[in-house]
Design a protein around this ligand. Structure first.
Ligand code: URA
Length: 206
């Protein structure tokens, strides 16, 4: 399924930063679903407004809720290690966010209703940042963009045609990889390494 982006045109990093701050301010007042009642803060994003790569996770956990930043807990630390091993730089190359901006209770998967309530923020972020590459992290995120029956194991590591002019790839979620320890060929950790090497090669080409 192809998605259309809004025609927001930010000419430079300054304009992108300004547009993102405005969107974040609106999001911080959001009461569109019940998750607003239990959040400490919204978890909007981390990274550069003009980053070439946008990484999208599913939802903030307790560490992210406390810090107000995505991927700062154990999964985030593992993600950082994988990125660095592939020659990617979290601070320089990435804008990181989630499909929903508030922590679900007990770390449960976001519901379709919650994802719908947050969709305008996510698509706003994509339209403003206009990255060259988007990485969809894990099955829940993949299903938000493609369809509800897809499994990450069927599709990870392939370049997907979801947005015009943006290369999109689904990768495994680092929370899943925390439970997978093998680094043998074709193990989930080994596949993640190979997928991120492809991302680095694409980044160097673009
Ligand atoms: N998992 C996610 O999907 N996002 C985060 O920000 C943290 C953990």
């Amino acid at each position: 399924m192809k998605h259309l982006l809004s025609s927001v045109v930010c000419k430079n990093n300054e304009e992108k930063q300004k547009a993102l701050v405005e969107l974040q301010n609106i999001c911080s007042q959001c009461r569109a679903c019940d998750l607003c009642k239990t959040r400490s803060s919204i978890v909007f994003s981390d990274g550069r407004a003009d980053a070439p790569i946008m990484l999208i996770g599913d939802a903030p956990g307790p560490d992210e809720d406390a810090a107000g930043k995505p991927f700062v807990g154990r999964a985030g630390q593992l993600l950082n290690t994988f990125l660095a091993e592939a020659g990617l730089d979290r601070d320089k190359d990435f804008y990181i966010c989630n499909t929903i901006k508030c922590k679900p209770p007990q770390n449960r998967v976001p519901t379709n209703e919650e994802k719908r309530a947050c969709q305008a923020y996510l698509f706003g972020q994509i339209s403003i940042v206009k990255p060259k590459i988007i990485l969809l992290c894990g099955t829940t995120v993949l299903q938000s963009f493609i369809d509800d029956d897809l499994k990450i194991t069927e599709i990870r590591g392939k370049w997907l045609n979801i947005f015009d002019d943006i290369e999109v790839m689904a990768i495994s979620h680092p929370s899943y990889l925390l439970r997978q320890h093998s680094t043998e060929p074709n193990s989930p950790r080994w596949l993640m390494k190979k997928d991120l090497e492809k991302v680095k090669a694409m980044l160097d080409e673009l």
